[in-house]
Ligand binder design. Structure first.
Ligand code: MCN
Ligand code: SMO
Length: 786
């Protein structure tokens, strides 16, 4: 089942593990983040955030605060007249908008909701002023849970909405009613994936400086163009007067994918005060101020025939959106519903998705974007079904997987399964894991140390190469799905590749340089990559996100480089005085085909192209090309995971002993980066399966405000991860690359939960809520027979 890309010259950069360009700088502490931008005289900005989960603002009095020495400005919601609401990226039919501005004006909707901002000479003055801002409020009913918010007659968070529902989506396919009527087996369950925090090493941060008649903003973002468009819209400025720069970004994971209120506020302050300003989110602040991830509940109801084949599936998906639909609306719940059937053929579905507002920090994009939330319920339910039917968990999956000869295979949502060998990779993963022997060992009972062993598997699909503008429309995203790149060969023969993508740690600049170098027959060192500044970066309608850097931006790089290669060839032919079709690019130069001695280096051609007087007919001086690429379809990566866990029966503590991870992301541009992406994703997934959870008390107060309460995985919590790669190119692009940025995080929670369930045995309570904390596991332990 492994098909290798064709037409790739030996020794090419694509497919080789070129060293990550940023690695040296990052690991030696030489990264340059928003905090490091030299801005002499920059004012320190501090946001005042609500400590109440829901209250009407009666007044905000900043008179005393403004008099504190060193304080330059204190703005409250009332000072934002003329400033527009924060824009929404998602725009589904019938959705409700909060129209919230960057500061609260009439209501505080969650603990963390900003209602005033101080700009001062230093942090002490800012803190002194913050303490003197007087806020008068009147408490309002608090909804902590989606059930409270959805209860009939529940108080509304927004007076202009009919209820607390952000928006809905409904899909049907086939005849679900008939499927259930014909079912031999019917299983159902309620599954929840908890609220998590992206926990980027670098929290968010924004700096801004007046710049002529406009403003320059430095921000830790995945999406410089989106941020620029958003600031321009909110401040009613023409876009060209706003410049947005992403310096090094210390992790983003979706959380930095959309515009945030602080970006608008800092631009506003710089313009109003005509002074540079800087806000750096503290770690504590990040836990309430930066959008959380996940927080989804899925009620699943599935009909199987006597052989364990799917007949129909019904689902009711509810996303806890927190207090503000903000940029992403019900996007994650949309994706959960759109890919809920995973790699399987389900003939009939009836799926409802919705998002509900509660008085908590908004939820938004987090690596996986609705896909772990979809995978967990289905893969847990498949294990339950396997047990009911007396089938091996691998067998029930095998029977239902979409076969390669049925692809491209359209899901109920219109998403196309493009290519791959789902069952073949499952088999290969199990083989590598030693599945049969592992099951036998587990069946032999607890280990000598008393720990109980369990084996679990899960399979997944990953929606990647986000784009096709029609899919963006379908899914409710306003923007197109294309990406643009510019390739410029300089007079020295060195290439500067300008990309619209914003690297955030995933190494996309390295892989894109590899693609560019190959098309121009250059060593990869001869390509420098320019990114992260709206002044120079080509426009990308969307962003870095949706695992599209390799597949979508990569194709725009390839197309632009091909155009430049043709230009270089024609220049070379002219200078060599031969017909253009006799000249080929090779080894950092051009030569007459079959005559290696008649050649010119890139440098010689480039010098002539920029400085020479002898311009070939039909060409113009200089060597530069651009290309935009809008993919014809999504690309679906996929894979299977097998894990072995052991459970301490006294403490309920789960240890993941080992993981075998088989995946297919099509043609790998840079195998070492792909490896790192999968491993990093797995690490995050282990955290979100066993430890991590943003919690609130019954009154709506957050309980997780530091790394004492919020537990990311430590290196010692992670097992050896054995990776297995298939390479099935997507048929929808000549590059053949599918995305891998979110691969690692999708199926690991279900695989671990299945393994823990296996360890606890049929009498154990259901492992259907994440995370699998010791408390949950102990509660689920089978009763002790005395
Ligand atoms: N790659 C490759 N060959 C492929 C696919 C990918 O060599 N067939 C490489 C790419 O060139 C890139 C990396 O693997 O260097 C991920 O590529 P891709 O899957 O295209 O994803 P993006 O570049 O669009 O990155 C975004 C993705 C997302 S959506 C999140 S969320 C996420 C992730 O990447 N956030 C990350 N990985 C992250 N990794 C780090 N370190 N930090 C984040 O914030
Ligand atoms: S959550 Mo990733 O930025 O699509």
């Amino acid at each position: 089942p492994v098909s290798l890309p064709s037409g790739m010259p030996a020794g090419s950069a694509v497919g080789s593990s070129a060293p990550r360009r940023t690695l040296d700088r990052f690991v030696t502490g030489k990264g340059r983040y928003v905090a490091d931008i030299p801005l002499p005289g920059a004012l320190t900005v501090l946001l005042l955030r609500s400590t109440l989960p829901h209250a009407a603002i009666l007044s905000v009095d900043a008179t005393a605060a403004r008099r504190v020495p060193g304080v330059v400005a204190v703005l409250t919601g009332a000072d934002l007249t003329g400033v527009g609401p924060q824009p929404s990226l998602w725009d589904l039919p019938g959705q409700n908008y909060s129209n919230l501005k960057a500061l609260a004006t009439d209501r505080l909707l969650y603990v963390g909701h900003p209602y005033a901002v101080v700009a001062a000479r230093d942090a002490d003055a800012a803190a002194a002023a913050a303490a003197l801002v007087v806020l008068e409020t009147d408490g309002l009913p608090v909804h902590v849970t989606i059930d409270q918010a959805m209860a009939p007659g529940a108080a509304r968070l927004y007076d202009h909405w009919p209820d607390n529902v952000v928006g809905r989506q409904h899909w049907t396919a086939g005849d679900a009613g008939a499927g259930f009527a014909a079912a031999t087996h019917r299983l159902s369950g309620r599954f929840t994936t908890q609220r998590v925090h992206a926990l980027s090493l670098e929290p968010r941060g924004v700096a801004a400086m007046p710049d002529g008649d406009g403003v320059t903003v430095w921000t830790s973002t995945q999406s410089i163009h989106q941020v620029r468009a958003g600031i321009a819209e909110c401040l009613d400025l023409p876009e060209h007067r706003v410049r947005v720069i992403a310096p090094d970004v210390g992790g983003a994971f979706g959380m930095k994918g959309c515009i945030h209120g602080e970006e608008t506020l800092l631009a506003l302050l710089a313009l109003r005060l005509q002074r540079p300003v800087r806000w750096l989110e503290t770690r504590r602040e990040a836990f309430i101020a930066s959008p959380h991830g996940r927080d989804m509940r899925v009620d699943l109801d599935v009909a199987f025939d006597a052989d364990g084949r799917f007949l129909a599936l019904k689902a009711d998906i509810v996303l806890d959106k927190g207090a503000d639909p903000y940029a992403t609306s019900i996007g994650t719940a949309w994706v959960t519903g759109a890919v809920l059937t995973g790699p399987y053929h389900v003939p009939a579905v009836d799926i409802h998705s919705c998002g509900v507002v509660t008085n908590k920090t908004p939820t938004g994009a987090y690596r996986g974007y609705g896909q772990p939330e979809a995978n967990f319920p289905l893969e847990r339910l498949l294990d339950m079904a396997a047990r009911r039917l007396g089938l091996d968990p691998a067998e029930i999956r095998r029977r239902n997987m979409v076969a390669p000869d049925r692809m491209p295979f359209a899901l109920h949502s219109g998403v196309l399964l493009d290519s791959g060998c789902y069952a073949g990779l499952l088999e290969a993963t199990l083989e590598r894991f030693g599945y049969v022997a592992a099951l036998e060992r587990a069946a032999a009972g607890p280990r000598p140390d008393g720990r109980v062993v369990g084996i679990g598997i899960a399979s997944y699909i990953e929606m990647t190469n986000f784009g096709p503008s029609p899919v963006c429309k379908l899914i409710g995203v306003n923007n197109g799905g294309f990406d643009t790149s510019v390739v410029r060969m300089e007079p020295s023969g060195h290439v500067r590749l300008l990309i619209g993508q914003t690297p955030m740690g995933q190494g996309v600049e390295t892989s894109l340089a590899q693609i560019c170098a190959d098309r121009l027959h250059l060593p990869v060192e001869d390509v420098s990559v320019v990114h992260g500044d709206t002044l120079s970066a080509p426009y990308t309608a969307y962003a870095s996100g949706g695992s599209r850097g390799a597949g979508v931006a990569g194709m725009s790089v390839r197309l632009a480089a091909d155009r430049l290669a043709e230009r270089v060839r024609r220049w070379g032919a002219h200078l060599l005085r031969v017909e253009a079709d006799r000249v080929v690019l090779t080894q950092a130069g051009v030569q007459v085909e079959g005559e290696p001695t008649r050649r010119l280096s890139m440098a010689a051609i480039a010098r002539a192209a920029y400085y020479g007087a002898d311009v070939p007919p039909g060409l113009e001086p200089g060597l530069e090309d651009r290309a935009a690429y809008d993919p014809p379809a999504l690309a679906i990566s996929y894979g299977s995971v097998a894990v072995e866990v052991s459970v301490d029966p006294d403490l309920g503590k789960v240890r993941v002993e080992r993981i075998t991870f088989g995946h297919d992301c099509g043609v790998q541009i840079n195998p070492a980066i792909v490896d790192g992406q999968v491993r990093g994703g797995v690490a995050q997934a282990v955290g979100a399966t066993l430890f991590e959870e943003i919690r609130y008390d019954g009154a709506g107060q957050p309980l997780t405000l530091s790394l004492h309460d919020y537990l990311p995985p430590l290196a010692s919590d992670l097992p050896a991860i054995d990776l297995l790669h298939f390479e099935t190119p997507t048929p929808f692009s000549p590059l053949g690359a599918k995305g891998v940025g979110e691969t690692g995080i999708i199926a690991v929670p279900a695989a671990i939960a299945n393994a823990v369930q296996h360890a606890l045995g049929p009498r154990g309570g259901a492992m259907n809520s994440l995370p699998l904390t010791p408390e949950r596991v102990l509660d689920a332990m089978p009763p002790v027979d005395i």
